[in-house]
Design a protein around this ligand. Structure first.
Ligand SMILES: O=C[C@H](O)[C@H](O)COP(=O)(O)O
Length: 154
């Protein structure tokens, strides 16, 4: 699994913790860090959220972990990229269902909301979850995709 990570300066410390963890995970073949590299970089959360989502949309990564102060801004931004589904998930069950119900490629965290140990536990579990395209959830996700395609800007 190839995973892209990104954060604004509110989330950079937690993003780095998660990236370090993912680099030690044998199930993860590649970790691409799109920044920010440190808190001095004050690029706003949409810049990072959109860049990571676009990398997934281009097929350069399978999944993403995004961090900002709340996780909300990077999730909203990533969801603007066609074909990408992103959500905040600060608990184990939501993280699991974000894959199994919603086929989300991106999980987001708020560094001002969740601590590093819980984020690490959730990410470790999240890497192991898979969406089943034969499940009853598939047609619901397809409904979203169909809407997106029907309303795509020409
Ligand atoms: O959702 C936005 C993030 O939490 C961001 O890190 C902080 O944004 P703000 O400075 O607009 O509150």
């Amino acid at each position: 699994m190839r995973i892209v990570v990104a954060a604004d300066n509110a989330g950079v410390e937690l993003k780095n913790v998660v990236a370090d963890l993912l680099r030690t995970d044998a199930r993860v073949t590649e970790v691409t860090d799109l920044g920010v590299a440190d808190a001095a970089d004050d690029r706003a959360y949409p810049v990072l959220g959109l860049a990571a989502a676009e990398a997934i949309a281009r097929g350069e990564a399978d999944r993403g972990v995004l961090v900002c102060g709340t996780g909300i801004g990077v999730a909203i931004s990533a969801n603007k990229v066609p074909g990408v589904r992103a959500t905040v998930a600060h608990d184990s069950y939501s993280a699991e269902r974000s894959i199994k119900s919603n086929d989300c490629q991106i999980i987001t965290f708020g560094a001002r909301v969740i601590g590093p140990e819980l984020a690490k536990k959730i990410v470790t579990e999240w890497v192991g979850h898979r969406f089943d395209p034969e499940s009853a959830s598939a047609s619901k996700v397809a409904h979203i995709t169909d809407y997106e395609r029907a309303h795509a800007a020409s």
